[in-house]
Design a protein around this ligand. Structure first.
Ligand SMILES: [Zn+2]
Ligand SMILES: [Zn+2]
Length: 235
């Protein structure tokens, strides 16, 4: 049997890929293909990041997943990623580490470094709320004339809304209006509004009055409703 011989470096004892030795193959072929820079769209209001068409809470896992999706290889099989994130002073991050893969039957480790560049935008839900979109109105009505008491309850409502906002970008106040016997608060998310209305009703032992008006028809032909929750505080 004839011994194999690398035409580029003369090696005979190394593993061969496509007629050259593995080292020469690596020199000639880009084993990994990836952009030097990956744009990360994030919402300047709620900080969620866009991942495969969905807005998700920011996390290292999501960013690393984005990096993995952008690294491709034609010659390596069974890619394994050992990549970590290093935040930079300018707000970007660098993902660096190694990608292991099989070149034929040889395991190869290739160093990688990708910079993640944040791009500020508004997610769909935050831009809706910006445009005064709302699904629910809460009418806070008070017997007391003490506006500090009103404020206390509205503050309570808003701090709960902030908590729900982490998972529901529509959980935002779209508009707040002071009227003679209370406060009207418009909220982007009906679900968040209902959750907090239920909590406050229980805590203050009041019965909310719910009503709705038709607010149009959405793209899929379903009627859209605006809910109104009336909360009367009698103390
Ligand atoms: Zn060679
Ligand atoms: Zn947002």
């Amino acid at each position: 049997m004839r011994k194999r011989f690398c035409p580029d470096c003369g090696a005979t004892s190394k593993p061969f890929i496509e007629n050259v030795c593995i080292d020469c193959f690596q020199k000639k072929n880009k084993l990994l293909m990836y952009p030097e820079e990956i744009e990360v769209m994030y919402c300047r209001e709620c900080a969620k990041v866009l991942r495969q068409g969905k807005w998700v809470p920011p996390s290292e896992d999501h960013l690393l997943e984005l990096v993995r999706q952008n690294i491709k290889s034609k010659s390596l099989d069974h890619l394994e990623f050992d990549v970590g994130l290093e935040p930079q002073d300018d707000g970007s991050s660098v993902a660096s580490g190694h990608v292991k893969g099989l070149l034929g039957s040889e395991e190869i480790s290739v160093p990688v470094s990708v910079s993640l560049e944040p791009r500020e935008t508004l997610c769909r839900k935050c831009s809706l709320v910006r445009a005064d979109y709302f699904e629910a109105k809460i009418q806070f009505r008070f017997e007391s004339k003490d506006k500090n008491e009103w404020q206390k309850i509205v503050d309570e409502f808003e701090s709960r809304l902030d908590e729900l906002y982490r998972t529901d970008s529509l959980a935002q106040v779209a508009k707040k209006e002071l009227i003679s016997n209370g406060v009207d608060v418009r909220v982007g998310s009906k679900r968040a509004a209902k959750t907090i209305v239920d909590e406050l009703s229980k805590k203050y032992r009041i019965r909310p009055v719910t009503s709705f008006t038709l607010a149009g028809v959405d793209k899929s032909g379903r009627t859209r409703k605006n809910f109104t929750f009336l909360l009367r505080f009698n103390r």
